[in-house]
Design a protein around this ligand. Structure first.
Ligand code: PMP
Length: 445
């Protein structure tokens, strides 16, 4: 496989774009391939190489690079007529109505432009609504490039995980381990009156794909209710991917007070959204006191693309298709990996999947889970599945990034380039694509 064009483009990019990329995760050693175009379930790079795409732009592309015709025509007409006005339009009302109709926690929505903006505003909303400062987050969770959640360290020694953030900011953030009810109960016992919100992804999609164990989300709900804190689900990644149109909160049956969205909701265009109960959402300006604004908020092209994306999914077998392929891939991977050493764990749900290069617990267990890890306590391999961010941090991240990813790419399969980000199946994928992908995993591993 030749990559001369990509290498030349990367050289040019390095002179004018810091690190040669516009989002850190896109940097790949020694250089990323540059994409020329998408084609259904594939991307084609600048050198003409084709890859089956399981990155799907890190989640937004539910239809791969082949969106339904009605999406295309909506994008074209809204961009030709506008593209935007700085005044309200009907399409943003329609998308907000759609979310209110389908997502259990949502009565009202404020649209912004990215997942990061959505979580920044949700944190401000929770603080403004409760009059409290502390935010509980999960270690290994990700909520975008924002000050409150870019933290690391243990209780009492929490500090920013990025340069450029004042150390004091981290004092208001309390990281805990996902799936550990005792730890967060203890945190509420100590700080309950100061906690504005628990902010968590319902499925940790930025640390492989870690599902909540039975009862964990319910515990979060109870603790928040008992202590007057808000439960905020960050469904930027899981929204309209896990649990279909009801999102992960519908799948797990736990309703947060506030939900953040992005990715799929924009139909391939930049979007973020904060949704929740009217009483809370009305605290945003201009109806309330929590400042929120944006030149591009509710951009008509993004609203139209998102609405058509979701409407199509409501009327066709989209989730049935991608989830079925997800099961096929996870169970095929589980079969392949049962034979391989060192140990691996297949994780995922719905149309998300990942192979983690490690396994918890003793190595002698040969029982297989039925189809990848769904973190069910009755699964014979329950103990082996990663339960929190630390379990994935302990994986062979180097081998994934330096060897495995490149060899999969040479087999024509484009996976997320590090151990942490989930991979995504789109409606453009076919059973034959999944089987070819399984062959590639088998060959490479
Ligand atoms: N929250 C979650 C759960 C995410 O997965 C991401 C992005 N991967 C973000 C927030 C940030 O979204 P954005 O990159 O659109 O700012």
């Amino acid at each position: 496989m030749h990559h001369d064009e990509s290498r030349d483009l990367y050289d040019r990019a390095l002179s004018v774009i810091p690190g040669g990329v516009n989002s850190t995760v896109r940097a790949i050693d020694p250089y990323p391939f540059f994409v020329q175009r998408g084609d259904g379930a594939h991307v084609v790079d600048a050198d003409g190489n084709r890859y089956l795409d399981f990155v799907n732009a890190y989640g937004p592309l539910l239809y791969g690079h082949d969106p339904p015709e009605q999406v295309q025509s909506a994008i074209q007409s809204y961009s030709a007529e506008g593209p935007m006005y700085g005044a309200p339009t009907e399409i943003e009302v329609e998308l907000a109505e759609f979310l209110a109709r389908h997502v259990p926690s949502v009565e009202m929505t404020r649209f912004v432009n990215s997942g990061t903006e959505a979580t920044v505003s949700a944190v401000r909303l929770a603080r403004g609504y409760t009059g409290r400062d502390k935010i509980v987050v999960m270690r290994g969770g990700y909520h975008g490039a924002q000050e409150t959640t870019l933290v690391e360290g243990e209780a009492g020694h929490v500090h920013p995980s990025s340069a450029g953030i004042p150390a004091e900011f981290a004092q208001h953030t309390i990281p805990v381990s996902f799936n550990d009810p005792e730890e967060i109960t203890h945190v509420f016992e100590r700080h309950g009156d100061d906690i504005a919100a628990v902010l968590t992804e319902p499925v940790l999609g930025n640390t492989a794909t870690i599902l909540p164990v039975d009862g964990y989300l319910e515990t979060l709900r109870e603790l928040c209710d008992d202590h007057g804190a808000l439960l905020v689900f960050d469904e930027v990644m899981t929204g309209f991917r896990v649990g279909g149109l009801q999102c992960a909160q519908g799948k797990f049956g736990v309703t947060p007070d506030v939900t953040t969205f992005a990715k799929i909701v924009g139909g391939g265009f930049p979007v973020g959204a904060i949704g929740g109960k009217a009483e809370i959402m009305e605290q945003f300006t201009p109806s309330g006191e929590v400042f929120q604004a944006g030149t591009f908020n509710g951009h008509p092209v993004a609203m139209a693309a998102g609405l058509e994306y979701l409407t199509y999914a409501a009327e066709h077998d989209v989730y049935e298709h991608v989830n079925r392929l997800g099961e096929r891939l996870r169970s095929g991977l589980t079969d392949i990996l049962a034979e391989k050493e060192p140990t691996y764990t297949v994780v995922g749900t719905d149309s998300m999947f990942k192979v983690v290069f490690s396994r918890r617990g003793p190595d002698d267990l040969t029982d297989q889970c039925d189809s990848g890890c769904r973190q069910r306590a009755d699964c014979p391999r329950f103990d082996h599945c990663p339960k929190n961010g630390a379990d994935v941090q302990a994986a062979e991240t180097n081998r994934y990034e330096r060897v495995f990813w490149h060899e999969m790419k040479d087999e024509g399969v484009f996976l997320t380039p590090n151990q942490f980000e989930s991979c995504f199946i789109s409606y453009a994928h076919t059973e034959a694509d999944i089987d070819r992908t399984l062959e590639a995993y088998d060959a490479v591993l």
